[in-house]
Design a binder for this molecule. Structure first.
Ligand SMILES: *Cc1c(COP(=O)(O)O)cnc(C)c1O
Length: 240
């Protein structure tokens, strides 16, 4: 291994350990088992080498936002495919659903029935059902995407009925907030919606919420997947 690669591997292993420590402390404060929170490493804008180094440090689930960038990485890392999961977490347009249905294990950002229908139709029969989350717009969601809270139940029921999808739960990207209490409020709203859908009979097991800056708040409110990019890979450079 070259010095540079060795350095990258060490730094990523350290950052991953730090994030796992943060999750463990928040889980303990919430009286939860830390194993019930899965870490999704958001690798968007970072090269395949960074994903490979994180994989070598034990990380298995990776999140990507841009279809073409992700496909390039998935191809470059084909030798690891059996031992890692690819999660699509970015805005998804109709003309990109086929590539996502064919190459990903999860989609967190389903925000329209039409997108879900296309993913189901285009999921190859040779693959297991695609795991999906319905993205919900809680309190002025920063990305402005996601279904309104009062529409979520009806759309979730329709998605759950699609043959080649497995509706796992809900996802959100709340407006950033500095204080813990303010961070917790939208996560709590998503969890309450999740509980309502479960009471309505949907078999859901996933709350995808919390990013680098607010993962403690998300774990305290019941997140089962936290999506961290910056805390693992460092600041993103969009200029390249
Ligand atoms: C980029 C991104 C993340 C990671 O954000 P960080 O603040 O870098 O941890 C998480 N979720 C989604 C949907 C993203 O687009």
């Amino acid at each position: 291994m070259s010095d540079l690669r060795h350095h990258l591997a060490e730094r990523l292993a350290r950052h991953l350990a730090d994030v796992h420590q943060r999750i463990a402390e928040a889980a303990q404060a919430a009286g939860r088992d830390a194993q019930s929170v899965k870490l999704l490493a958001v690798s968007k804008t970072f090269p395949a080498d960074a994903v490979r180094a994180a994989h070598a440090a034990g990380q298995r689930a990776f999140g990507e936002n841009y279809v073409q960038e992700a496909l390039d990485k998935i191809q470059t890392l084909a030798d690891l495919r059996a031992s890692l999961e690819w999660h699509f977490i970015g805005p998804l347009q109709s003309n990109k659903t086929r590539a996502v249905a064919e190459h990903f294990d999860w989609v967190h950002s389903v925000d329209r029935l039409k997108i879900a229908q296309r993913l189901s139709e285009q999921r190859p029969d040779s693959l297991p059902p695609l795991n999906v989350c319905l993205q919900v717009n809680v309190s002025g969601e920063a990305s402005k995407s996601g279904v309104a809270r009062d529409e979520a139940a009806a759309i979730a029921q329709q998605i759950a009925a699609l043959p080649k999808l497995k509706l796992r739960g809900l996802m959100s990207i709340p407006e950033p907030a500095a204080e813990l209490d303010a961070q917790r409020a939208p996560h709590r709203q998503l969890r309450e919606l999740f509980e309502r859908l479960c009471n309505d009979g949907l078999a859901l097991d996933t709350l995808s919420m919390g990013m680098s800056a607010d993962l403690e708040a998300a774990v305290l409110e019941g997140a089962t997947i936290v999506r961290a990019g910056t805390a693992i890979f460092g600041a993103r450079d969009y200029s390249r």
